[in-house]
Design a protein around this ligand. Structure first.
Ligand code: SF4
Ligand code: FES
Length: 526
């Protein structure tokens, strides 16, 4: 037998693991649930909740012991029984103690659906039975911890996850366990400290009992009504893994999705606030020509005619906000049309953790598709403005980018034909001759390549606000086919794109979109 392989019997079934992992991790891999509220795989361990009790024995002939599954590692031949009667009884007793002061507000709580107390109280033998005699009051005295965070002391089980998050991840003592005036332990901020950084809302996600709440969206939507769709934060090239929480029509929240290769279990508050891009006041939802609603095919034909008759050079202003699929179709477009790409790659401010200095999700994708090269990549729009002023640039197709992102007088664009492909109702959309509205990240499926060359998928969560809102690659494909009268390459579905992409771009050889795992696929290393 291979020395590194360890055979363990978990609830009567034999499993094999590589190396000495915790019993709790082995159970998780075997999909056996055990309450473990103080344990978090991305934080240091303190074993304080006492709930992960299970029966263990070294072999069939040894006596059973009741042990904390988070505190002991597996051994070859070991048996673990999470249903051992003594372990079950002890767990029930501990959960009952936690429930003594816990308010009965599950139907209103933001944690419902993801609450260990709710889940394991139902799994134990005291359904509907509590030791509380008389009325159980719900005071709901939320105490602010600064920033967006408040604590409900009645729900806190003192698991210490929040304290360890501040110490281990933020590297700062912000929260501590202190005695209140009734000499009871409670969570509070240290003097002069506040939970107001860009990572503060992770505290709400990691609190297992719903004691930490987001003051800004407390009880806005029942958690059990919300679906989770895997996505990627477009905030920077880090590619933070997220879940979009939605009810099939509206996006309500964005939370972190665990990926130990990229963001562990964390997300920035600024990534969560990107849900605001769906605000209808900030969106364009109709194809427009000269400020009036227009049919998409007619608008494309007229835009192409205008560009051809002007005889000027075409400049395509594009950024790393485009998905890999957009970039691929744009490259195909460049194969049939003589155009210059002006790839905008601004430098942002890295926070040294999850926000990189590239404020776009897919600049690495543009490098791989060769859409962005050393020659055509710029950090601002000054060179483009110069070309417009000198008359070199007569036609601009803006793909997701805003021509006014740098200060400039709009008069310089008076003689330029502008087509805008994007979703923001910005100044470019207002002056553009043709406007083609496209879907936001929440309304589309596709891929980004992060700064470490990990290909990651994101998925459509909600429908676009109108049937006149298109995929960016759909508009590019229509433009390409209107320009080019030869053999047509229709890219009107994701599958059509991924049928060609691996053959045309060598780095994606053998990559199948449908087989890209949810935690990403390494394309190449630095
Ligand atoms: S507030 Fe939440 S995370 Fe912090 S100790 Fe209490 S239960 Fe644990
Ligand atoms: S998870 Fe083991 S003691 Fe809390």
């Amino acid at each position: 037998m291979d020395d590194s392989k360890i055979k363990v019997t978990l609830n009567g079934k034999v499993f094999e693991f590589n190396g000495k992992i915790r019993i709790l991790d082995a159970l998780a891999r075997a999909k056996i649930e055990l309450p473990s509220p103080c344990y978090h795989g991305n934080l240091s361990q303190i074993c304080c909740c006492g709930l992960c009790l299970a029966g263990t024995r070294s072999d069939k002939n040894s006596p059973w012991r009741i042990e904390l599954a988070c505190a002991r590692t597996i051994e070859d031949g070991m048996e673990v029984d999470t249903d051992h009667p003594q372990a079950v009884k002890l767990r029930e007793a501990i959960i009952n103690i936690y429930l003594l002061k816990h308010p009965l507000d599950c139907s209103l709580c933001d944690k419902v659906g993801d609450c260990f107390l709710h889940k394991f109280a139902l799994h134990t033998n005291f359904h509907g039975f509590t030791r509380v005699v008389g009325k159980q009051y719900w005071h709901r005295n939320l105490r602010s911890l600064g920033g967006k965070i408040a604590v409900d002391d009645e729900k806190c089980i003192l698991c210490g996850r929040c304290l360890r998050f501040c110490n281990d991840i933020l590297g700062e003592d912000i929260l501590g366990k202190i005695k209140n005036e009734r000499n009871l332990d409670e969570i509070n901020v240290y003097p002069g400290k506040s939970c107001d950084g860009n990572y503060s809302l992770n505290l709400v996600d990691l609190c297992p009992a719903g004691a930490l709440v987001d003051k800004t969206c407390d009880h806005d939507q029942m958690a059990w009504d919300l679906r989770h769709t895997p996505s990627i934060s477009p905030e920077s090239s880090t590619g933070i893994n997220t879940y979009i929480l939605h009810d099939n029509r509206h996006v309500h929240r964005i939370i972190s999705r665990k990926n130990d290769k990229i963001n562990e279990a964390w997300i920035t508050d600024s990534s969560r606030s990107l849900v605001n891009i769906l605000n209808p006041n900030n969106r364009i939802t109709q194809v427009m020509r000269g400020g009036k609603r227009f049919d998409v095919k007619m608008a494309i034909a007229l835009a192409v005619n205008g560009i051809l008759s002007s005889g000027g050079n075409i400049y395509i202003l594009c950024s790393g906000e485009t998905s890999l699929e957009d970039q691929f179709v744009l490259k195909r477009f460049l194969d049939v049309v003589s155009a210059n790409v002006y790839f905008l790659k601004r430098r942002g401010q890295s926070d040294g953790f999850l926000v990189s200095d590239e404020p776009y999700p897919n600049c690495a994708g543009a490098q791989i598709t060769r859409l962005s090269t050393e020659i055509n990549t710029h950090q601002d729009l000054s060179d483009l403005y110069e070309m417009v002023q000198s008359g070199t640039c007569k036609n601009i197709i803006c793909v997701y980018e805003d021509l006014f992102a740098d200060p400039v007088n709009s008069k310089i664009f008076d003689d330029v034909s502008i087509s805008y492909i994007g979703y923001k109702n910005n100044k470019t959309a207002k002056i553009a001759n043709f406007v083609f509205p496209v879907k936001t990240l929440f309304e589309r499926t596709g891929t980004f390549v992060n700064k470490d060359y990990i290909l990651q998928k994101f998925f459509k969560a909600v429908p676009p606000p109108s049937k006149n809102v298109f995929e960016c690659w759909e508009i590019l494909s229509l433009l390409m086919n209107t320009y080019y009268y030869g053999e047509k390459a229709d890219y009107l579905t994701l599958d059509q794109i991924w049928k060609d992409l691996p053959y045309i771009i060598a780095d994606f050889k053998d990559v199948d979109f449908h087989n890209v795992p949810l935690d990403g696929f390494f394309l190449k290393k630095d």
